[in-house]
Design a protein around this ligand. Structure first.
Ligand code: DHB
Ligand code: MG
Length: 601
């Protein structure tokens, strides 16, 4: 099906928006009047620009508060409409949107609304234009799609149809099943947007918090299925009013938008990209650093040993249990200080995973590999993290490394493997990141949780595979913050967090100190065995539990932009310690030291 996007969904000038939409592969756009008014291009030049870019103008949005008004007001409205129809001739746009009136003077009279829309449609027809009437969720008298359709039906004019907008329909709690009662040829346009639940004031909700389908809580795909059953064959058009997208760069937003529609088209069965290949484990996490010493001291304290070195590159493999870390000191990667740059995902079908990623517009990374190296398929996640698709038996990348003779640590109680990776997202890529990990990698996304930070708010959302062998926590800050606090982290699974924490401390590696108040509160909320709480207090171990079991975890200091977590899950605990996160964030702010900052080369 044809895909479109409303210019209001992207940031920048009209030209920037059109370019971004075209580059992302959209077939057409809805042009918002304000974008046209603010453009230095004439309507004819805009038409030519769209033609050059291969974009159709599927909808023009200038007409508001048209219908159900006294006769003199309607005469003025028709005069305004005539001007806009002439302009649309220059633009080459043949469908105009009319939103249901929000005018306090509008009259609650469906027959009047129908008669005036009929007259408007008659005028439009003379210009070769169709009028699509849309119920705004906050319309004065018409606020539901079925009401708008009854008026369109009563008007009975061939140039008058309805425009369905998933936001207005689903935000009102209307049953989208009724869409199937509308003949497909009378649905002139379909606008798609998702939005987070629960609701707020509907106007604020619509104007600031819409998101691309799959990024919110609406069943947009379910609605589209109803629309397709009517025989509708017009475009699927994204109309997303969102404060973040208005500020973010248009090009990646447009790609995010197209990916959302690709996933939606797959869900409703009108597109068949290569099937998702869900990763089955974390093969490795790659840290880059200019100064490996603070990092390797930490890894040594955690019980890791350096087991192998890359044959041609300054990359060491550090290993413990099933946790494999690559420490890369190559000069090409020094710019941003110590950070988590890449993740190797074990895949049952690496080429299939890469084909899926490419079909869903993930940037495929050039293979910057030596001739003898295993050819790994890799894509970039929205935050720039490189994701490598690796053979699940480690048969590929591991062969590029030569053993250095130090066997992997076996010291119990140690790190068993990687429990999860926490990746900080740029503020404007958070929703995109969740959809990316779900759509491209086939991971399941949990609800997002907000965590209080002393200087802001942190939002996080976990994505994982079914058996929890791949867990990624996507986090974002509400405001620009401190990289030493809002760093990425790697959480290591251990079967004995107390012993692991003791060993770290005994190795002279400081753990993150947790305030005494936290433990006083724990004592008030839970009963512990003798001495248990004192041990947690002494080591800085945090505690949580859910209906499945307990979570005990502690944190290292931050090196550059990464820190580590030791984590013990018992009884199938599923969480990530969100309840403890405010205390941890405050503790990280408290230990921010010049050393932490200067350890970033
Ligand atoms: O918020 C609005 O005014 C508005 C305008 C046009 C639309 O198609 C819409 O869904 C909302
Ligand atoms: Mg709309």
């Amino acid at each position: 099906m044809r895909t479109s996007i409303a210019t209001v969904s992207l940031s920048g000038t009209l030209t920037e928006k059109l370019t971004a939409a075209a580059r992302a592969g959209f077939d057409g756009v809805e042009i918002f009047e304000n974008d046209l008014l603010a453009s230095p291009l004439t309507p004819r030049e805009i038409r030519a620009r769209c033609l050059d870019l291969g974009l159709g103008i599927d909808l023009y949005q200038p007409l508001r508060d048209i219908e159900a008004v006294p006769a003199e007001a309607f005469a003025r409205n028709l005069r305004r409409a005539r001007h806009k129809f002439e302009l649309m001739g220059e633009l080459g746009a043949d469908t105009v949107l009319v939103c249901s009136s929000v005018d306090p003077e509008a009259i609650d009279d469906d027959a009047l609304a129908a008669a005036q829309l009929r007259e408007l449609a008659d005028l439009a027809q003379g210009f070769g234009i169709r009028v699509a009437y849309e119920a705004l969720a906050w319309g004065r008298h018409v606020s539901t799609y079925d009401h708008a359709w009854r008026i369109v039906e009563a008007a009975g004019h061939p140039a008058l149809g309805t425009c369905l907008d998933s936001f207005h329909i689903l935000s009102r709690g209307s049953d989208p099943k009724g869409i199937e009662d509308i003949p497909g040829e009378k649905i002139f346009f379909l606008q798609l947007a998702d939005a987070p639940l629960p609701a707020m004031d509907v106007l604020q909700w619509s104007r600031h918090h819409r998101c691309f389908p799959g990024q919110g809580g609406f069943d947009v795909a379910g609605l589209v299925r109803h629309v397709l059953r009517t025989g509708y064959d017009g475009p699927l058009s994204l109309e997303v009013f969102n404060d973040v997208f208005r500020q973010a760069e248009a090009a990646p937003t447009a790609v995010d938008a197209r990916r959302s529609l690709l996933v939606l088209q797959e869900e409703v069965g009108v597109a068949q990209p290569p099937a998702p290949v869900v990763p089955t484990g974390v093969a490795f996490a790659e840290l880059v650093t200019a100064d490996a010493e603070p990092l390797t001291a930490l890894l040594g304290g955690l019980g890791f040993t350096r087991t192998a070195r890359h044959r041609s590159k300054p990359v060491d493999l550090w290993q413990q249990g099933e946790a494999r870390l690559l420490v890369n000191t190559g000069t090409a990667v020094r710019r941003d200080g110590t950070r988590l740059a890449a993740v190797g995902l074990e895949s049952p079908d690496p080429p299939g995973a890469a084909a899926r990623a490419e079909a869903l517009l993930a940037p495929v990374l050039p293979r910057r590999r030596a001739p003898k190296d295993a050819p790994l398929d890799a894509v970039a996640a929205p935050d720039g993290t490189e994701l490598f698709f690796c053979d699940a038996r480690l048969a590929d990348w591991r062969a590029d490394f030569e053993d250095v003779g130090e066997p992997a640590a076996v010291a119990a109680p140690g790190v068993r493997g990687i429990d999860h990776l926490a990746l900080t997202q740029p503020w404007h890529h958070f929703d995109e990141a969740a959809l990316f990990h779900r759509g491209v990698l086939g991971l399941r996304a949990e609800d997002s949780v907000d965590v209080a930070d002393p200087y802001g708010l942190q939002r996080s959302r976990a994505v994982s595979n079914a058996d929890g062998t791949v867990r990624i926590v996507l986090t974002v800050q509400a405001a620009p913050g401190d990289d030493t606090v809002h760093a990425q982290h790697i959480a290591f699974a251990t079967d004995d967090v107390v012993a692991a924490a003791r060993r770290l401390r005994d190795a002279g590696v400081p753990l993150l100190p947790i305030p005494a108040n936290y433990y006083d509160d724990l004592a008030a909320r839970h009963e512990f065995a003798d001495g248990e709480l004192e041990t947690y207090r002494e080591l800085g171990i945090l505690y949580d539990h859910d209906e499945h079991g307990t979570l005990r975890h502690c944190y290292t200091r931050t090196v550059g932009r990464v820190f580590f977590e030791l984590l013990q899950r018992d009884g199938g605990h599923r969480g990530y310690g969100a309840r403890n996160a405010p205390v941890r964030l405050a503790a990280q702010h408290a230990v921010r030291t010049p050393t932490a900052l200067t350890s970033q080369p």
